[in-house]
Ligand binder design. Structure first.
Ligand code: HEC
Ligand code: HEC
Length: 246
C-alpha cells in the first residue's frame, strides 16, 4: 500500500510539473510586456536601426520611413514578430526569430515610444465574442488573409497566415497596418470588436478541436507534450502494477 501511495505521489508530481511547464503557453499571447528603459533602447537603436531609419529616427529617403510618431505599438509589433531589423530595405518585412531578447525589445519599444505615437494596445481576447470576431474578420480581413486566416497573395505582397500571431500582435497589426496592410481605427473596428477578432484568429489555430480538448489552442507542440507526458505516466503506473503482481 505504501508503495502504491509513493507511485501515486510520484505520478502526481510529474503531472503537476508538466502543468507548470505548459501553463505559461496555455495563457497564449499574454498582454503584459516588461517596462523598458528608453535610454538603453536608444543605444540599441543606434547600433541596429539607425543605418536605415536615421540617427534620430528621422528616416532616410528611399531607404526607411521615419519612426517619429509611429509609436510603441508599431515598434512592439515589428520587433516581437522579428520583422525588424530587416536585412534588405526593399524587401517585404517578414516574420522570423527575434534578434533581441524580451528586455532589449522592451527598451527599444520604450525608445520608439518616447518619440510619440500610439502606445502598445490593451487586449483581452477572452472577453471577445467568437461569432462577432468571425463576422468582422470576414468583412475586414478575409479578403487578404482568407476566411480561415491561412493567408494568400495580393498585388505587391504575400499575406501571412495568422496562426502564429498572438492576440496582442493581432491588435497591433490592426491598429498600425504593417507594410501593405491598411490600419483600422477604433472608429472602424472598436476595441470590443478587436478583442473578438483576436479571439477568432486564435481559434483558427485548431479549427474545430477534432482531437478532443483544444488545450488552449496553443498548437501541436504543447498538445503533443501533454499527450506524451500523460501517456508516459500511465505506462509507468501500469508497468509498476504488473511488476508487483509477479
Ligand atoms: C489589403 C490586405 C490586408 C487586409 C485587408 C488585412 N491584412 Fe493583415 N496583413 C496583410 C499583409 C500584406 C501583412 C504582412 C505585413 C508585413 O509584411 O509586414 C499582414 C499582416 C498581418 C498580421 C501579422 C501576422 C504575423 O504573424 O506576423 C496580422 C496579425 C494581421 N495581418 C491581421 C489582420 C486582421 C485581423 C485584419 C482585419 C482586421 C487584417 N489583417 C486585414 C494584408 C492585409
Ligand atoms: C535594412 C534597413 C532597416 C533596418 C536595419 C531596420 N529597419 Fe525598420 N523599416 C525598414 C523599412 C524599409 C521599413 C518600412 C517597411 C514597410 O514598407 O512597411 C521599416 C519599418 C519599420 C517600422 C514600422 C513603421 C510604421 O510606420 O509602422 C518600425 C516600427 C521599425 N521599422 C523599427 C525598426 C527598429 C526598431 C529597427 C532596429 C531594431 C529597425 N526598424 C531596423 C528598414 C529597416
Amino acid at each position: 500500500m505504501g508503495e502504491r501511495l509513493r507511485i501515486g505521489l510520484a505520478g502526481l508530481a510529474v503531472t503537476v510539473t508538466c502543468l507548470v511547464l505548459v501553463a505559461p503557453g496555455l495563457a497564449g499571447g499574454g498582454t503584459s510586456a516588461p517596462q523598458g528603459d528608453a535610454a538603453a533602447g536608444r543605444t540599441l537603436y543606434v547600433e541596429s536601426c539607425s543605418s536605415c531609419h536615421g540617427m534620430d529616427a528621422e528616416g532616410r529617403t528611399g531607404v526607411a520611413p521615419s519612426l517619429v510618431g509611429v509609436g510603441a505599438a508599431a515598434a512592439d509589433f515589428q520587433l516581437s514578430t522579428g520583422r525588424m531589423p530587416m536585412a534588405d530595405p526593399r524587401a517585404q518585412p517578414v516574420r522570423g526569430p527575434s534578434a533581441f531578447d524580451a528586455a532589449q525589445r522592451a527598451d527599444l519599444v520604450a525608445y520608439v515610444g518616447s518619440l510619440g505615437g500610439p502606445p502598445v494596445p490593451q487586449i483581452d481576447a477572452a472577453s471577445g465574442r467568437l461569432s462577432e470576431g468571425r463576422d468582422v474578420f470576414a468583412q475586414s480581413c478575409a479578403g487578404c488573409h482568407s476566411s480561415t486566416g491561412a493567408g494568400g497573395v495580393i498585388t505587391g505582397a504575400s499575406v501571412p497566415a495568422l496562426q502564429r500571431a498572438s492576440a496582442l500582435q493581432v491588435a497591433e497589426a490592426v491598429r498600425t497596418g504593417p507594410y501593405l496592410m491598411p490600419s483600422f481605427s477604433a472608429g472602424q473596428i472598436s476595441d470590443a470588436q478587436l478583442a473578438s477578432v483576436a479571439r477568432f484568429v486564435l481559434s483558427t489555430r485548431t479549427p474545430d478541436d477534432r482531437g478532443g480538448a483544444g488545450i488552449g489552442h496553443v498548437g501541436p507542440i504543447p498538445e503533443g507534450l501533454v499527450i506524451w507526458l500523460v501517456g508516459m505516466v500511465a505506462v509507468l503506473g501500469v508497468s509498476r502494477l504488473l511488476g508487483e503482481r509477479t
